[in-house]
Design a protein around this ligand. Structure first.
Ligand code: ATP
Length: 437
């Protein structure tokens, strides 16, 4: 179990998962680049979420634009209300955010850097990034980079409902980038300025809010444990009245025990009809639903599930990270779910000799039809195992000179380091069974 993020940050960089953004220029705060393995891992996690959400009758997908009409953010409350109170220390000039300091239980009445009480009054700092559409940088061309994906779903409520002939209850799911000019940084990819969200808005009849809320809370918890997060590292935190966002009637955080403590991983929110009513007001368009059977017209209520992909990636990496002593040497491995691991099988010919390589190529090509394969011929076998352990590859297939004779290979298991000799012909069957179970 990790008690700080440093070993993981270092592994991610060393092994091609996550690099600091713009590193050769000294980096850019809270921006990260996913390397080849991180990019694949991210796609795998997204795919699981997308399947869980949209491969069902009552939820459909959407991919709306990052840039939206400025009135969207007026309607949602982000222009006026999406801000953090900033305080400057007049002595050491450190700038900090009041809310997040409370979160770490430091005394908000003194500077967290030098302890001085000589502070400015809190001033609201809006977290939305601004830019301009078109060639003229004037007020009229101002647009924001979206700070959440949800609003793209609300403004398309009627388009989706009518084009897909959906009856309430139904949901709309979306994965996409969101941007927040966060002030409190640190903790690796926990809080980024550019990140991805996976959100789903479930449109319901007002009378059924409690039942749907409970259903989605349980569904989301199950999704997280199915991906491999241990039950004991997850807990539920219900917001009290003071914590509730302006749009929310009820909100529950699914918290994960990160190395820096319990923190929000996913939010389940009962948003009532706040968003659709606000968009109705500012757009002048009716956003109601007509129930043909009951001859009833109403503005639907919404249950939202919202998770940050990067934060989910961090929780999966934290819980997968393992260190152990093997023959007085430290072994590090990532015990990732076999379906999420960026590489599922490594093919390792013991020597670079032609015959072994030819056989290795054949096995790689064959297995690649079904799984993500990396063939590695370089360095000692010990080093190659170490690399595969650290990137979380569940199985290594080692090909030695006996393989040429007996048509068998050694399969090594990541978590137990158990090795077994298997017929090459049986490999496909074997891995199929492993992944199904
Ligand atoms: P926090 O209090 O941690 O800033 P929030 O309450 O503002 O989060 P929401 O607006 O509810 O978060 O966003 C939904 C989800 O998006 C969060 O549960 C989190 O997983 C993710 N998220 C929000 N902000 C960030 C960020 N800056 N970097 C990465 N993920 C984020």
């Amino acid at each position: 179990m990790l008690n700080n993020l440093n070993p993981l940050v270092s592994l991610c960089k060393r092994r091609g998962y996550i690099f600091p953004g713009s590193e050769i220029y000294g980096g850019l705060g809270a921006c990260w680049d996913y390397g080849p393995l991180g990019a694949q891992f991210k796609i795998n996690v997204k795919e699981h979420w997308w399947k869980a959400m949209t491969h069902r009758q009552d939820v459909v997908g959407l991919d709306s634009a990052i840039l939206m009409h400025t009135n969207v953010w007026k309607a949602s409350g982000h222009v006026d209300g999406f801000s953090d109170p900033l305080v400057d220390c007049k002595d050491c000039r450190f700038r900090f955010c009041l809310d997040k300091e409370k979160e770490t239980k430091k005394d908000p009445g003194s500077c967290p850097q030098c302890g001085s009480k000589n502070l400015t009054k809190p001033r609201d700092f809006n977290l939305m990034f601004k830019t301009h559409a078109g060639s003229v940088e004037e007020e009229a061309s101002l647009v924001y980079l979206r700070p959440e994906t949800a609003q793209g779903i609300y403004v398309n409520f009627l388009n989706v409902q009518s084009s897909m002939r959906k009856k309430i209850p139904f949901g709309v799911a979306q994965i996409g980038k969101a941007f927040r000019n966060e002030i409190t940084l640190g903790n690796f990819i926990f809080r980024c300025r550019e990140f991805e969200q996976m959100e789903m808005q479930y449109f319901i009849h007002p009378k059924q809010a409690d039942q749907h809320f409970e259903y989605w809370l349980q569904e989301r918890k199950k999704f997280l444990t199915d991906l491999g997060l241990p039950e004991k590292s997850l807990r539920i935190h219900e917001h009290d009245k003071e914590e509730l966002a302006h749009y929310a009637r009820k909100a529950v955080d699914l918290e994960f025990l990160f190395p820096m403590g319990w923190k929000e991983l996913e939010g389940i929110h009962h948003r009532g009809d706040f968003d659709l009513k606000q968009h109705q007001k500012l757009s002048g368009k009716k956003l109601s639903y007509f129930d043909v059977e009951k001859q009833d017209t109403y503005v639907p209520w919404v249950i939202e599930t919202s998770i940050g992909l990067d934060r989910l990636i961090l929780s999966l990496l934290c819980s997968a990270y393992k260190e152990e002593k093997v023959k007085n040497e430290q072994r590090i491995f990532l015990a990732l779910h076999p379906q999420l691991a960026p590489i599922q099988v490594a093919v390792l010919p013991l020597s670079k000799k032609d015959q072994l390589n030819t056989l290795a190529n054949k096995i790689s090509t064959f297995l690649r039809k079904k799984w993500r394969i990396e063939q590695d011929e370089t360095g000692s076998i010990g080093k190659r195992y170490r690399r595969q352990d650290e990137i979380g590859t569940p199985f290594c297939v080692t090909i030695d000179f006996d393989s040429l004779e007996d048509k068998k290979v050694t399969v090594r298991h990541r978590d137990t380091m158990k090795q077994e000799r298997l017929d090459i012909e049986l490999l496909e069957r074997y891995f199929t069974d492993q992944y199904i179970n």
